[in-house]
Write a new protein. Structure first.
Length: 161
């Protein structure tokens, strides 16, 4: 009976909010890094753009319960590419909102920036159906380029039967 009680407590702790004070800052940072993907746009053997995507909905599900939300950080290495040239899709659907973040917004949201010169955006999409959650791949399109950058958050659910 005691073993059952201990297992129940461990299970309930596993369903907890990562922002709760009982979790260390390092635990939150590690989870954030696990949910961050990087992609590069290469043009003529030079880096034209570097982008990082963090899946905030998975990191802070209680903060974003009704949307799929991503933090996008972009380093524009090619001066020809501007933020207005960038668009996103998730499961072939356009975002419902793209918000450019100010430094004040970033501090309020406890966001980590890879470089002070990068630009940060929050990209909001409608919620993904539970059946599609295993196929989540955010795509970034850059006007004038065929290559699209893919931030793959999909995972395989193995059949245990």
């Amino acid at each position: 009976m005691r073993i059952f009680g201990v297992l129940l407590v461990i299970f309930l702790m596993g369903c907890s909010n990562l922002n709760h004070p009982r979790f260390s800052k390092n635990f939150y940072d590690e989870k954030r890094m696990q949910l961050t993907r990087k992609a590069d746009l290469i043009e003529n053997q030079k880096t034209a753009l570097v982008a990082f995507s963090t899946y905030l909905s998975d990191l802070e599900s209680d903060r974003y319960p009704n949307n799929e939300v991503f933090l996008i950080e972009i380093a524009f290495e090619n001066e020809k590419i501007k933020p207005k040239d960038i668009s996103f899709t998730l499961l072939d659907k356009a975002p419902i909102k793209v918000q450019k973040l100010s430094k004040k917004d970033e501090k309020a949201m406890r966001l980590y920036r890879h470089s002070p010169w990068n630009e940060c955006f929050i990209v909001y999409f409608d919620s993904v159906l539970p059946i599609d959650i295993t196929n989540v791949a955010l795509k970034m399109h850059i006007k004038g380029y065929e290559q699209e950058l893919v931030f793959d958050y999909s995972y395989v659910v193995e059949n245990v039967l």
